[in-house]
Write a protein that binds this ligand. Structure first.
Ligand SMILES: C[S@@+](CC[C@H](N)C(=O)[O-])C[C@H]1O[C@@H](n2cnc3c(N)ncnc32)[C@H](O)[C@@H]1O
Length: 217
């Protein structure tokens, strides 16, 4: 069981003892996830079929919000999420996202209960494929339209915010695709540019100065 904390919008987050960081912004977990990944990422891609790659499945919040968004928009989503350190089920059970969003808790728990490394259709529109691997040792397969780059910060995990990692992600993207992340750190921006992306600085979540969106033209 890990530490659960309440963020400023009332939704939960988890504090990782291993990385000494929270999984979300203390200004609001749902608020941040919507701002950075749904509004600045998913909603920018108007395709009937969208392949999403997430770095860091964590609490499953981004996956849940994407699934709900796909139901609204009518898009079909293949959602691949990499995480070598899955959250234990007892912690996931305690998270308040379903009550916060007014949805059935079992729908959220399905995202966690289903086995890793096998794709499954959670709804007719949303297929989840959780991959229990370290991104550094995993060779990305397939082509993606949106990347949610949601690792812990560049300070906590500098090995993930590198030119080499971003270049591999760049190669796995279709043209006119994008990557979003909550961080706007200079090294992340530079490494994204060196990997070939066109990088935009956007207003960050909940009054945070900036976040990044990187586009593959
Ligand atoms: C900021 S949290 C992600 C929050 C998550 N997207 C959510 O919606 O709750 C960072 C996640 O990255 C994962 N992670 C850490 N090292 C990783 C690696 N080498 N490859 C992929 N994921 C990693 C952690 O286990 C953690 O779940």
């Amino acid at each position: 069981m890990q530490n659960i904390a309440v963020t400023a919008d009332g939704s939960h987050t988890v504090r990782s003892e291993q990385f000494n960081e929270c999984y979300h912004s203390e200004r609001g977990a749902v608020m941040e996830s919507r701002h950075v990944f749904i509004d600045a990422g998913f909603r920018q891609v108007e395709r009937a079929q969208i392949a999403v790659l997430e770095v860091g499945f964590g609490t499953g919040l981004n996956a849940l919000l994407t699934m709900l968004e796909a139901e609204k928009s009518g898009q079909h989503v293949y959602y691949e999420s990499i995480d070598p350190y899955p959250l234990d089920l007892s912690t996931a059970e305690m998270l308040n996202f379903s009550a916060f969003l007014g949805i059935d808790k079992q729908l959220f728990m399905e995202l966690h209960r289903h086995e890793w490394n096998t794709p499954f259709a959670v709804t007719p529109r949303f297929t989840l494929h959780k991959i229990k691997k370290n991104l550094l040792n995993y060779s990305l397969q397939g082509k993606f339209d949106v990347v949610y780059f949601d690792a812990f910060s560049p300070e906590a995990q500098p090995e993930l915010w590198t030119n080499e990692v971003f270049s591999r992600i760049y190669s796995s993207l279709n043209n006119n695709s994008l990557l979003t992340t909550y961080s706007s750190k200079g090294t992340a921006k530079r490494n994204l540019r060196e990997a070939g992306f066109t990088v935009q600085r956007l207003p960050g979540a909940g009054g945070k100065r900036h976040m990044l969106r990187a586009v593959k033209l």
